[in-house]
Design a protein around this ligand. Structure first.
Ligand code: TXA
Ligand code: MG
Length: 326
């Protein structure tokens, strides 16, 4: 990546075009957050419902005051601890912020990403870049430039190549717009990380969250039917899969104890950080490989796995199956 690409990207953004760019979480589909027509294109290209708000990416914390009217001392503490990084803060919006960004709510999502290319782009552009994940609505977020091209291809004016995303899952979203911090979406920054900085407990919300597309039950979903199976049921479940449901892919953190024809076993990493990095890439790969079903071994209940468990539940529709339930 050279400075010509960044210059090119900035020119496109200034003209109201779309630039897909890497962040350390997933690739974003970026547009000038102050240009209503450009924002319109994001919704069109993604097929995203218009009331779903967008995260505005900025180069540094100093710029947050341009987008939010009140940044509480606690919010500022979080920003200082985790920006640049995989954290989105929901704050009270400034009056000029377009409704297309906020979905008509009185809050705005702000993030300072740390990927060097995102940093370069934001510094060169100067303004805010509104960017959802660079996938079609409901699909798996892209973690490589190739995946962005697969998702959006020619409808994007430019895709900046920034390698494979370090984290691999979307940012942690924390609502700091009221006195009570609430985690709206789990991510690489955990509740414990946040509590250690705030010195107070944080709630995790699903029910009363504002409109967050990531909150929908089926989201980040592969096209192939995917199921979550408890580790102790896995072998029995696979033995019972009817022949008409083959070929089948199984994602598990261990080697198979048993093999069958037309069963492809994908060994997933042991550690949550590595698992997160791989998950969307693997899901995307198995989703386009002609399997009739994808079976995923449920991950540990430990909080370190929260973000992964959340995405797996969304990818599969929720319930962990135990064979005695089937
Ligand atoms: O890691 C990420 O957050 C990536 C990268 C590109 O930054 N972005 C991302 O954007 O995941 P998106 O649009 O796919 O998901 C952002 C989530 C959406 O579910 C949206 O509804 C929520 O953030 N959001 C944005 N603004 C909000 C607001 N004001 N209040 C509540 N939720 C908000
Ligand atoms: Mg998304």
């Amino acid at each position: 990546m050279n400075s010509v690409d960044i210059e090119n990207a900035v020119t496109i953004l200034r003209k109201g075009g779309l630039v897909a760019f890497p962040t350390e979480t997933v690739y974003g589909l970026g547009a000038d957050a102050s240009n209503a027509a450009a924002l319109e294109k994001i919704f069109l290209v993604k097929g995203r419902p218009i009331e779903h708000p967008l995260i505005v990416h900025i180069a540094s914390l100093e710029l947050a005051a341009q987008w939010s009217v009140s940044i509480s001392p606690l919010a500022e503490r979080l920003a200082q601890a985790f920006w640049p990084g995989p954290l989105t803060l929901i704050l009270r919006r400034a009056p000029h912020v377009l409704d297309r960004v906020t979905g008509g709510q009185d809050t705005i999502g702000l993030r300072v990403p740390r990927h060097p290319l995102a940093q370069k782009l934001l510094h060169a552009f100067g303004g805010g870049i509104a960017a959802p994940s660079a996938n079609r609505f409901g699909h798996i977020s892209p973690t490589t430039a190739g995946a962005v091209i697969e998702e959006l291809g020619s409808v994007v004016d430019l895709v900046l190549e920034g390698g494979s995303c370090e984290v691999g899952l979307e940012s942690t979203i924390v609502d700091m717009s009221t006195d009570m911090p609430v985690i709206l979406r789990p991510g690489a920054i955990t509740p414990a990380d946040i509590e250690a900085v705030l010195h107070c407990a944080v709630a995790t919300s699903r029910q009363d969250a504002p409109r967050v597309s990531g909150m929908m039950q089926i989201h980040y979903a592969p096209q192939t039917r995917a199921q979550l199976i408890s580790p102790h049921s896995l072998t029995l479940f696979l033995q019972r899969v009817p022949t008409e449901d083959l070929p089948i892919a199984c994602l598990a953190r261990r080697h198979p104890v048993w093999q069958r024809d037309k069963l492809t076993w994908v060994i997933m990493p042991e550690r949550p950080k590595d698992y997160a990095h791989e998950l969307y890439r693997v899901l995307r790969y198995v989703d386009k490989s002609g399997f009739k079903r994808i079976v995923i071994e449920a991950v540990p209940e430990d909080p370190a796995w929260d973000a992964i468990r959340d995405r797996l539940q969304r990818a599969t529709g929720g319930r962990v199956l135990h064979v005695d339930l089937i």
